[in-house]
Design a protein around this ligand. Structure first.
Ligand SMILES: NC(=O)c1ccc[n+]([C@@H]2O[C@H](COP(=O)([O-])OP(=O)(O)OC[C@H]3O[C@@H](n4cnc5c(N)ncnc54)[C@H](OP(=O)(O)O)[C@@H]3O)[C@@H](O)[C@H]2O)c1
Length: 206
């Protein structure tokens, strides 16, 4: 039986938008909900995942079984305090914060937890995602989650202690290379643009 066909994303910065977009591919945008702090976040969701719905943070767990926390470390305690009254043991809570040990997250919520490291290509349905299964995530639960991740990425299961190095290789490295490719396209534009941007992009990404 599918447990995680509804997804709630907290925070629509860079990580949140990437994962809202990715999970929109996996479950369909109508099953994606997001809690934002500023109106700009709602605008970003409308542009990036048309069909997804903004809901107040205290209500998010009432709409979604899989909750993805995409806020900065400093905002996590307040977010967890606000979510907690509606959380049950059937909610899977995912963090993208490398600095938050899964053991600590598991003490703060009643259900299974996991960590996710997205990468730069996920918005367009490519690139790796790294999954660190945490306490109470069962093997069938992890399999279902991997199935969702396959809809927008190539997922790999890693251990928590491998997170920093794996993030450098799967996420930071490709992001640097993508930045370098963008800089080369911009340089040819600044140099008089003998090539149209789309051709320059295709050539530099061969
Ligand atoms: N695992 C990885 O690969 C990876 C990679 C990079 C970063 N990270 C981690 O991911 C976290 C987020 O990074 P980011 O670059 O996406 O940060 P970001 O762009 O600053 O986004 C954070 C978002 O959270 C929102 N937010 C904060 N409190 C909220 C609340 N109570 N309710 C709803 N939304 C709230 C902020 O809203 P406002 O717009 O109002 O400020 C902001 O849009 C960071 O802790 C970072 O360390 C992980």
């Amino acid at each position: 039986m599918s447990e995680y066909r509804t997804v709630g994303v907290v925070g629509l910065g860079r990580m949140g938008l990437t994962l809202a977009s990715g999970f929109g591919r996996a479950v369909g945008p109508a099953r994606v909900y997001a809690a934002v702090r500023s109106p700009a976040g709602a605008d970003r969701l409308r542009e990036t995942v048309p069909g997804a719905t903004v809901v107040p943070l205290p209500e998010l767990a009432g709409h979604a079984r899989l909750l993805v926390l995409c806020v900065r470390n400093a905002d996590l305690p307040e977010v967890l305090d606000t979510l907690r009254p509606r959380l049950t043991e059937r909610h899977l809570v995912i963090t993208v914060n490398n600095g938050l040990p899964l053991r600590t997250l598991a003490e703060a919520v009643p259900g299974p937890v996991a960590k996710l490291v997205p990468s730069v290509g996920n918005e367009i349905g490519a690139g790796a995602t790294l999954l660190v299964p945490g306490p109470r995530l069962t093997a069938p639960g992890a399999e279902e989650l991997l199935g969702l991740l396959r809809a927008f990425s190539e997922p790999y299961v890693i251990e928590e202690g491998q997170g920093r190095t794996a993030t450098d290789l799967a996420s930071c490295g490709p992001a640097l290379l993508a930045g370098a490719a963008r800089a080369m396209v911009a340089a040819q534009r600044e140099g008089g643009a003998p090539l149209p941007d789309d051709l320059a992009e295709r050539l530099v990404t061969q």
